[in-house]
Write a protein that binds this ligand. Structure first.
Ligand SMILES: C[S@@+](CC[C@H](N)C(=O)[O-])C[C@H]1O[C@@H](n2cnc3c(N)ncnc32)[C@H](O)[C@@H]1O
Length: 338
């Protein structure tokens, strides 16, 4: 047996209790193998409902190794999943869409449905973006939102495919606003809304983060001298009971730069101001290089400086399908109660 086979089988065995729990909670989307921590750096194996998604980030995997992964998962789950292999070892983690190693079947690539916390999510092995349509390490945070949204107005920032918004709607939020600048991502969010038609409808705002959050917070929109800003939707100043801030590690736009390493403050400050006086802000930082203790200190200091001291600060960790040997998972999540 190859070392990869051994590592995968150990990972599958370890997960048995977690998977039983997840299945009983209405979840069939989870990580089966987290290579960087479980013995094959740069390789991930995820289940998205009926689909098995293998991704390689350092070098392509061989066909026989891929088939062996599929077989081990089949044996362990007692279910045959439809395999999609996305090799992302090229520049900027882009998928090699020529598929020299393995071509997925049409059944594996069709629009599918996965489940998490009893909700339906669109699953699509290939789409214009690079990442799968649901970030699995955020599952516990979505569960927390579902359990803590009743009667609240909820603002989901950097909403991507609106999983957090969907959980807020399912948790009985009075209002859910999803904000993202990518129409394609919000379109999947709308699809997710349609897949869960029993829930109240959500709102979608397609806008760059900076002008949107600064208007909500009642702050001026910064212009760089000599640069005309692109147009942006106008929003009234207002606050939300629950604000969820989960930005990408780095992104540049005409309005500013998202930079979780050097400048979390410029994201956090307006988000705090858009949170109600006795509200809650859930904020995330997925950059592995940033240590929890340093980041938490920065976050708490920023709130203090704004005259909005945090009454309670809780750490939320990803579930054990994202193990971290040093207890420092890349995705850090803080729940701030004001
Ligand atoms: C890592 S994803 C966020 C994940 C998301 N919170 C979730 O629950 O799955 C990053 C998202 O930020 C959006 N984005 C990046 N820069 C942005 C900006 N300046 N303004 C608005 N959205 C932005 C991208 O379109 C993408 O959907």
């Amino acid at each position: 047996m190859s070392s990869l086979d051994q590592a995968l089988r150990a990972a599958l065995d370890t997960r048995q209790p977690l998977l039983a729990e997840l299945h009983s909670q209405g979840t069939d989307c989870y990580r089966l193998f987290h290579g960087s921590q479980e013995g094959a750096s740069g390789l991930t194996v995820d289940r998205y409902g009926p689909q098995l998604m293998v991704q390689s980030f350092h070098q392509p995997i061989e066909l026989d190794a891929l088939q062996s992964i599929q077989q081990s998962v089949h044996l362990s789950l007692g279910e045959e999943l439809r395999l999609v292999y996305n090799d992302r070892s090229g520049g900027n983690s882009r998928i090699d869409r020529r598929d020299p190693v393995y071509q997925a079947t049409p059944e594996a690539l069709e629009d599918l449905i996965g489940h998490e916390w009893g909700l339906d999510y669109r699953v699509r092995g290939r789409h214009p973006g690079q990442d799968p349509l649901l970030f699995l390490d955020l599952r516990n945070a979505r569960g927390w939102v579902k359990a803590n949204s009743a009667g609240k107005s909820v603002l989901n920032l950097f909403a991507y495919t609106c999983g957090v918004g969907l959980c807020a709607a399912a948790g009985g939020a009075s209002e859910v606003v999803n904000l993202d600048f990518a129409e394609g991502n919000l379109a999947v969010g709308r699809e997710n809304g349609v897949l869960n038609s029993q829930l109240p409808t959500m709102q979608f705002v397609q806008s760059d983060y900076f002008p949107a959050i600064r208007q909500l917070a009642g702050l001026p929109i910064a212009t760089r001298r000599g640069h005309k800003l692109p147009s942006y939707p106008r929003l009234e100043q207002r606050q939300f009971d629950l604000v969820f801030l989960d930005p990408p590690a780095w992104a540049k736009s005409a309005f500013g730069t998202v930079d979780l390493l050097r400048d979390y403050q410029s994201l956090l400050k307006p988000a705090i101001l858009a949170t109600a006086a006795d509200g809650t802000l859930v904020c995330c930082n997925n950059l592995a290089r940033v240590a929890m203790d340093d980041w938490r200190e920065q976050v708490l200091r920023c709130a203090e400086k704004l005259g909005r001291p945090v009454r309670d600060c809780q750490v939320l960790s990803p579930a054990s399908d994202f193990p971290s040997q040093d207890g420092q998972p890349p995705l850090k999540i803080l729940i701030l109660q004001f």
